[in-house]
Design a protein around this ligand. Structure first.
Ligand code: N1C
Length: 277
């Protein structure tokens, strides 16, 4: 059929419109794919790692990142043993800490509020690696055949023993316990029935690695509530298990401390390094 001049122009305009819409769609699709690829590659782990690492002086953050990545890249999600992090720990060894080590289980917020104000006690999160990776919800893993860090599709803490996040905390906790000396303190939650579960890092790793004569004593600070009929005390069975796991030559003490007393220690920290309970 014959098409006049205006018809040809109309056709051209339609073609141009289709081409423009298609181009815009292509750009949008490419942008979405690129963002997703970038998210898969770096997730939030790398920027978080560097930003937090840089707040510590004297560490080569690039070298630490490389050692960190080597632990889990090219490995299946559930095939990262704690030993995979040995080179990372060797690159940022935990300084020996005498009479200041503070361990904890199920008291994460309270213990860190306390150690933030009371510099006489240090937790693993005061060391560079503990600080850098102690971000709620931060997760990472690798994949066989890839050098990338993934943040989606990674196993959860309880999915398998040798998952990259759990193995990191196992290894870092082991290094922290190995560096402990003198009197060690552990803050526990006395508002729950089992303050130390068999699966806790504290029980599985840390208590067993405290070694005499370097470590002289372990003091449990069991944080309890005022006038509470529920909750636990120092006679709790899980604390007896801790005692059993502890080398017999290390002295064991347990003290029930009311949470408001800990709060007082946070609100008005003392200048001297004596215990606040
Ligand atoms: O399993 P937990 O406690 O007994 O581990 C606590 C114990 C502390 O003494 C620390 O030295 O192990 C060390 N540790 C950490 O420092 C740490 N920071 C953040 C172990 N786990 C740590 N996390 C995260 O908290 C980790 O991702 C895991 O999910 C929890 C474990 O806390 P928990 O069960 O209260």
């Amino acid at each position: 059929m014959d098409c006049g001049e205006s018809c040809v122009r109309q056709k051209k305009r339609r073609c141009c419109l289709i081409f423009c819409v298609a181009s815009v769609l292509l750009v949008v699709v490419l942008a979405v794919v690129w963002t997703l690829v970038l998210r898969q590659e770096k997730g939030q782990v790398q920027p978080v790692f560097f930003a937090r690492c840089k707040t510590f002086t004297g560490y080569d953050c690039q070298a630490l990142w490389d050692a960190f990545q080597k632990a889990y890249v090219q490995r299946d999600h559930c095939d990262v043993p704690m030993e995979a992090y040995d080179p990372l720990i060797a690159a940022a060894p935990v300084e020996p800490a005498c009479n200041t080590v503070m361990l904890w289980s199920k008291t994460k917020d309270l213990v860190h509020k306390f150690t933030e104000k009371n510099k006489c006690f240090v937790t693993l999160e005061d060391t560079v690696l503990g600080f850098v990776l102690n971000v709620n919800g931060l997760t990472w893993c690798g994949k066989k055949g890839s050098n990338k860090t993934f943040t989606v599709g990674c196993p959860k803490w309880t999915d398998c023993d040798n998952n990259p996040v759990r193995s990191f905390w196992n290894r870092a906790s082991a290094a922290f316990a190995d560096a402990a000396c003198g009197d060690v303190t552990v803050m526990l939650n006395g508002s729950i029935d089992v303050p130390v579960t068999p699966d806790s890092t504290l029980r599985r790793i840390e208590v067993k690695r405290l070694s005499p004569p370097r470590v002289k004593s372990l003091t449990v600070i069991l944080v309890i509530q005022e006038n509470s009929s529920t909750g636990t005390n120092c006679a709790n069975a899980s604390l007896k298990d801790v005692r059993k796991d502890l080398d017999r030559r290390i002295k064991y003490k347990c003290k029930e401390v009311i949470e408001s007393q800990i709060q007082e220690c946070i609100d008005s920290p003392r200048n001297s390094c004596g215990p606040c309970w």
